[in-house]
Ligand binder design. Sequence first.
Ligand code: SF4
Length: 251
Amino acid sequence: MKRKQVFEFFRRLAEANPSPTTELESSNPYQLLVAVVLSAQATDASVNIACRPLFGRIKTPRQMVGFGEESLRDAIKTIGLFNTKAKNVIALSQALIDHHGGEVPRTRDELQALPGVGRKTANVVLNTAFGEETFAVDTHVFRVCNRTGLAPGKNVDEVEAKLEKIVPQPFRRDAHHWLILHGRYTCKARLPECWRCPVIDLCRYQPKTMDPTSRPARSASRASSKARTAKARTVSKPKASRSRSRPNRLP
Ligand code: SF4
């Protein structure tokens, strides 16, 4: 995608949603870090449901360690991989107390040194909690970047490196939120909703999908073809039964 088109791509996403942010609920950087760790291979909605009551009483690493692994496991048991995640959250909370005075560190290296924190989690925390221009590449961002031709890459690291290079100001800070939300609600994995996509003319994906409600003629013809097949089947049955019955009538 050319530089002008990249600018226009983000300009349109920004126009549609001027203040994008994460859908994970939290009230401080520590809770955000925990929510992002819990959201691996789980939906933000499922994390929010489990975390609402949890975050009502746990706001600091010290409180989390006091809460304990068993209680945490029980509190997040509706989220996938809850055993490992509970272990990691307790361990990362202890590490925050031991090495960072109970605060969430602001550098990628320090974040990635915490149990259960990978590059994507570090990028989300740096961006959302501390306003850094980072590009967290999750499954939605990866798909959108490849489908559209915005920042194609064989793996998340390649896509992230391309985004770093091509996303212009003033869109760098919010770019990853726009891409996640675009992938989650419009450029969906199984059926991208191209017919209502604000960047349809900039995207290289083919063939574009059509609005299902604007295809009555096709469904009608499919229905009538089904009816024809059904009729053909009903018509052919007596023939088969005639041929089977013939031998009985023969002398
Ligand atoms: S046109 Fe379709 S494939 Fe391209 S970004 Fe929009 S929804 Fe995705």
